[in-house]
Design a protein around this ligand. Structure first.
Ligand SMILES: Cc1cc2nc3c(=O)[nH]c(=O)nc-3n(C[C@H](O)[C@H](O)[C@H](O)COP(=O)(O)OP(=O)(O)OC[C@H]3O[C@@H](n4cnc5c(N)ncnc54)[C@H](O)[C@@H]3O)c2cc1C
Length: 245
C-alpha cells in the first residue's frame, strides 16, 4: 500500500441505476496498487490547488469505498457509489478526467481460500460492491471455494452491477436475487421479500454447517442480517462483517 494519499484521475463514469454510479480510477504517475477483492480505498476530494474540499461543517470530504472491480482489470479499479449525502453529492458533480486523492487498498474483508470452503454473501442495495469484485475475480481464478450471493433490492432496476452478476458462469458460483417490491417489476421470476432466515436457508439448500457468511452495508442492514443468522444458529466466528458507518 502507498505511504499516503495519492492522485487518481476519474477515467470513466458509468450510471448504474437512478442513484448509483461507477467511477473508474487510474493512478496519475505511479503504478496502480494491487489489491485483494473485498478491500477498499479511502477517497478525499481536493480542488485544483490541491486543497481539501470541505463539507458545510468545515470537515474535509473523506469517505471509504469498496473496490467493485476485479484485480484482473489491471491498471485501474472502480468504486460504485450510491448518492446519499454530503460527500456523494460532491463526487457526483465531478466529471471524467477530474482528479481526486485516494489511499489504499485497505481492509481485510476478504475470502481466506485455505479456510473458507463455502461462503455466502448477503447484500442489500449498494452493499453488493465488494462482492461483485470478489465474484468477478473468482469467476476466472481457479479456486475450490463455493460461493452463494443473496442480493436484495426494492425493484429489479435497482440492482447495481447486475449485468456482471448475471453473467457469472463458474459452476462454484450461485446468485440468488430477491425483490422487496416485486409488484413494481413486471415479469419478475426471482425470489420475493427481504433476506430472511428462511431465504438464507433456502439459498444454502438447507446446508448451513461449515459455511462462512459475509455481510456488508450500512449498520441497519448489518444488524438485520446478524439477527437472521443468529436465529439460524450460525456462530459469530463464521460471520464476517464490513460496516459502512
Ligand atoms: C469500508 C467501507 C466501504 C464502503 N463502500 C461503499 C461502497 O462501495 N459504495 C457506497 O455507496 N458506499 C460505501 N461506503 C459508505 C461511504 O463511505 C459513505 O458513508 C457514503 O457514501 C455516504 O457518504 P455521504 O457523505 O454521501 O453521506 P453522509 O452525509 O455521510 O451520510 C451518511 C449516512 O448514510 C448512511 N449510509 C452510508 N452509505 C450508505 C449507502 N450506501 N446507502 C444508504 N445509506 C448509507 C450512513 O450509515 C450514515 O447514516 C463504504 C463505507 C466503508 C466504511
Amino acid at each position: 500500500m502507498p505511504a499516503g494519499f495519492q492522485k487518481y484521475k476519474i477515467e470513466k463514469i458509468m450510471q448504474e441505476t437512478a442513484d448509483t454510479r461507477t467511477f473508474w480510477l487510474s493512478p496519475i504517475g505511479f503504478p496502480c496498487p494491487s489489491f485483494t477483492p473485498g478491500q477498499f480505498f479511502t477517497v478525499r476530494l481536493v480542488d485544483e490547488k490541491g486543497m481539501f474540499k470541505k463539507d458545510e461543517a468545515g470537515k474535509p470530504l473523506v469517505r471509504s469505498y469498496s473496490i467493485s472491480s476485479s484485480p484482473f482489470e489491471e491498471g485501474h479499479f472502480s468504486i460504485t457509489v450510491k448518492l446519499v449525502g454530503a460527500f456523494t453529492k460532491r463526487l457526483f458533480e465531478m466529471k471524467e478526467w477530474d482528479a481526486l486523492e485516494a489511499i489504499g487498498p485497505l481492509g481485510n474483508f476478504c475470502v481466506q481460500e485455505d479456510k473458507m470452503k463455502e461462503v455466502v454473501f448477503l447484500a442489500g442495495g449498494s452493499g453488493v460492491t465488494p462482492f461483485v469484485s470478489m465474484l468477478s475475480y473468482y469467476d476466472k481464478k481457479p479456486c475450490a471455494t463455493h460461493f452463494t450471493l443473496v442480493y436484495s433490492c426494492k425493484r429489479e432496476k435497482d440492482f447495481i452491477l447486475y449485468k456482471q452478476l448475471r453473467t457469472l458462469s463458474h459452476p462454484n458460483i450461485k446468485a440468488v436475487f430477491t425483490l422487496t417490491r416485486a409488484e413494481e417489476s413486471p415479469g419478475w421470476q426471482g425470489k420475493q421479500g427481504r433476506i430472511s432466515a428462511t431465504l438464507i436457508k433456502d439459498a444454502c439448500e438447507g446446508r448451513l454447517e461449515g459455511k462462512y457468511f459475509f455481510i456488508c452495508g450500512p449498520k441497519e442492514m448489518i444488524g438485520a442480517m446478524q439477527q437472521q443468522l443468529r436465529s439460524l444458529g450460525i456462530e459469530e466466528a463464521r460471520i464476517v462483517v464490513e460496516k459502512w458507518g
